[in-house]
Design a protein around this ligand. Structure first.
Ligand SMILES: Nc1ncnc2c1ncn2[C@@H]1O[C@H](COP(=O)(O)OP(=O)(O)O)[C@@H](O)[C@H]1O
Ligand SMILES: [Mg+2]
Length: 473
C-alpha cells in the first residue's frame, strides 16, 4: 500500500484517534477519529503539545513527558486512564504510544493511538459491582449452605449458612475434600465421587440423606449439586447448596406416626362398633323378639285385665327392640354394606333431619365408588357434622353433596344456621378435631368455613385409594 492510500485510511478511521507527535510531543497529524473522540478540529490542535489531553494533576505530576520517555526506552507504552476532551469533559482512554525512528535510527516522533473505552469500563465496573453484590448475598445467606467445589471436589468457597449448618469456619474447611461431610459408610460406598459424576452427566444432582457436622453429629440434608462450566464449556467446578431438613423430617415423621395411630384407633373403633352391633343384633334383639312372641302367646291365653297388662308389656318390648335396631344401624349402618355410600348417607340424613324438622337434600355427583374404608370415614364425618348442626346451628335446612374430584371423594355439608363453628371450642369439644383427624388419617383434608348469621360449610376430601404409599426417607 502506498503512503497516500495509507494516509487516507488512517485519516478516515472513526473509532480510534490516530495521530503523530514530534519528538517533543507536539501534535503533527490528526484523523477523523481523533476529532470525534477529543473534539478538536485538525487546525485547532496541530502544533500544540499533547499534554493538553491530560488532566491537570497528571500534567503537574509530569506524566505526559514520562510516557514519552518510557516509549523511547521500551519502544512502546500502553496506558489506561482519564483524558480530557476539548470541552474539558473526561473520558476513559486506552492509549498506545509507539516511538518512531527513521532509517538512520534517529527518533522522528511518536505514533499515538487512543480509544475511548468509557462505556466498556462502566460495563466492567457494573459487572464487578453486581458480582460483588451477589457474592455478598451468597456469603450472608444463613439458611442454606452455599459453597463451591473445584473439579476434584475440594471446597473452594464457604458462606455463613455453611458455617452455621456444618460447624466449620471458612479457614478450617477451604481446600479440604467435600467427602468429609459424608458418613463413613457413604464414603466407603463411593457416594461423594458418584454424586459429582452424576452432576457432570446430568448437569445437576439432588439428594436427601444424612450428612456430618464438624462435631460428628448427623443432620438430614437436602443437597443440590450443580456442575459449573466456564465460557469455553470446560468444567470449572461445582456449586453445592445444602439445607438442614432435620426438623422438617422429624415433624413429618411425627405427623406420619400420629396419622398411623389415629388410623389404628379409628379402625379399632369401627371393629369394636361392628362387634357390639352384631352382639346386640344376634343376642339382645333375638332374645327380646323371643320374649315378645311369648308375651303375645301369653296375652292370648289370659283373661282381662291380665291380657291387656301383658299386651302393654309386649308393646314396651317392641319399642325397645326398635330402639336397639336404631342403635345397631348407627353402630354399623346396614345400607353402607348393602347399598353403598349414597344410600346410607341419604337414609341417615332423611332419618335425623326428618326427626329434627330440617329441610334437607342429598346430591349424588359421584362418578366412582369410594373404598369401604373411605365410605365409613365419609359416613362418620357426616354423622358428626349433622349432629353439630342439630346441637349448635339452629338451622332450617341442610344440604349434603357428594362428588368425585381429583381421584377422591369430595363431600360438602352446608347449613344455614348460626355459623359459629371453627375457632377453638375449648376443653371437652372433640367433634371437629375428630373430623379433621379422621380425614387426615385417610390421607385427605377437611375444612370448616363458618359465616356468622349465614351458616357453616364443612367440606372434606378423601382419596379413592385408601393407602397412598408415602415415601419413607
Ligand atoms: N354447624 C355448626 N353451626 C354452628 N356452630 C357449630 C357448628 N358445628 C360446630 N359448632 C360450634 O363449634 C363447637 C365445637 O364443635 P365440636 O368440636 O363438635 O364440639 P361439641 O359438638 O362437643 O361442642 C361447638 O360447640 C359449636 O359452638
Ligand atoms: Mg360436636
Amino acid at each position: 500500500m502506498d503512503d497516500d492510500r495509507f494516509r487516507l485510511l488512517v485519516q478516515g478511521v472513526l473509532d480510534y484517534a490516530i495521530f503523530m507527535l514530534d519528538p517533543e510531543g507536539h501534535v503533527m497529524s490528526w484523523n477523523a477519529g481523533a476529532e470525534r473522540i477529543k473534539g478538536y478540529a485538525a487546525d485547532e490542535i496541530i502544533g500544540r503539545h499533547f499534554s493538553v489531553f491530560y488532566p491537570a494533576e497528571d500534567v503537574a505530576a509530569g506524566k505526559p513527558a514520562r510516557e514519552l520517555e518510557i516509549a523511547v526506552a521500551d519502544g512502546r507504552l500502553e496506558d489506561e486512564g482519564w483524558r480530557l476532551r476539548q470541552d474539558g469533559s473526561r473520558f476513559w482512554a486506552n492509549v498506545v504510544i509507539t516511538a518512531l525512528y527513521d532509517e538512520q535510527g534517529e527518533l522522528r516522533g511518536f505514533g499515538k493511538v487512543t480509544r475511548d473505552v468509557t462505556e466498556r469500563r462502566a460495563a466492567e465496573a457494573a459487572l464487578r459491582e453486581s458480582e460483588e453484590r451477589f457474592r455478598l448475598l451468597v456469603q450472608s445467606v444463613q439458611d442454606y449452605a452455599i459453597f463451591m467445589l473445584d473439579t476434584g471436589g475440594h471446597i473452594a468457597s464457604w458462606n455463613t449458612g455453611a458455617e452455621r449448618i456444618k460447624g466449620y469456619a471458612a479457614d478450617e474447611i477451604i481446600g479440604r475434600h467435600f467427602s468429609v461431610f459424608y458418613p463413613a459408610e457413604d464414603v466407603a460406598a463411593g457416594k461423594p465421587a458418584r454424586e459429582l459424576e452424576i452432576a457432570v452427566a446430568d448437569g445437576r444432582l439432588e439428594d436427601e440423606g444424612w450428612r456430618l457436622r464438624q462435631d460428628g453429629s448427623r443432620f438430614w440434608a437436602n443437597v443440590v449439586i450443580t456442575a459449573l462450566y466456564d465460557e469455553h464449556g470446560r468444567l470449572h467446578g461445582f456449586g453445592k447448596v445444602t439445607r438442614d431438613m432435620t426438623e422438617r423430617r422429624n415433624a413429618e415423621q411425627a405427623l406420619r406416626e400420629r396419622r398411623r395411630l389415629v388410623g389404628h384407633l379409628v379402625e379399632a373403633q369401627e371393629v369394636e362398633r361392628r362387634r357390639i352391633a352384631w352382639d346386640v343384633h344376634d343376642e339382645s334383639i333375638q332374645s327380646m323378639v323371643a320374649v315378645g312372641m311369648r308375651l303375645q302367646l301369653l296375652a292370648a291365653r289370659l283373661p282381662d285385665p291380665h291380657a291387656s297388662a301383658v299386651s302393654g308389656l309386649d308393646e314396651s318390648v317392641s319399642a325397645a327392640i326398635a330402639r336397639l335396631r336404631g342403635l345397631v344401624s348407627r353402630l354399623r349402618p346396614p345400607e353402607l354394606d348393602r347399598h353403598g355410600l349414597v344410600e346410607a348417607v341419604s337414609a341417615y340424613v332423611d332419618d335425623v333431619a326428618g326427626r329434627w324438622g330440617l329441610a334437607h337434600s342429598v346430591r349424588d355427583e359421584l362418578t366412582a365408588e369410594p373404598s369401604p374404608e373411605a365410605a365409613i370415614t365419609v359416613y362418620r364425618i357426616c354423622q358428626e357434622a349433622l349432629s353439630n348442626v342439630h346441637r349448635h346451628a339452629q338451622a332450617t335446612r341442610i344440604a349434603v353433596r357428594l362428588s368425585t374430584v381429583d381421584n377422591g371423594t369430595l363431600v360438602r355439608i352446608t347449613d344455614d344456621g348460626a355459623g359459629t363453628a371453627g375457632g377453638d371450642a375449648g376443653e371437652g369439644h372433640f367433634g371437629l378435631a375428630e373430623m379433621h383427624e379422621r380425614a387426615e388419617a385417610a390421607h385427605g383434608w377437611l375444612s370448616v368455613d363458618s359465616t356468622p348469621g349465614e351458616g357453616t360449610v364443612v367440606e372434606f376430601w378423601l382419596p379413592l385409594l385408601p393407602d397412598v404409599p408415602e415415601l419413607e426417607p
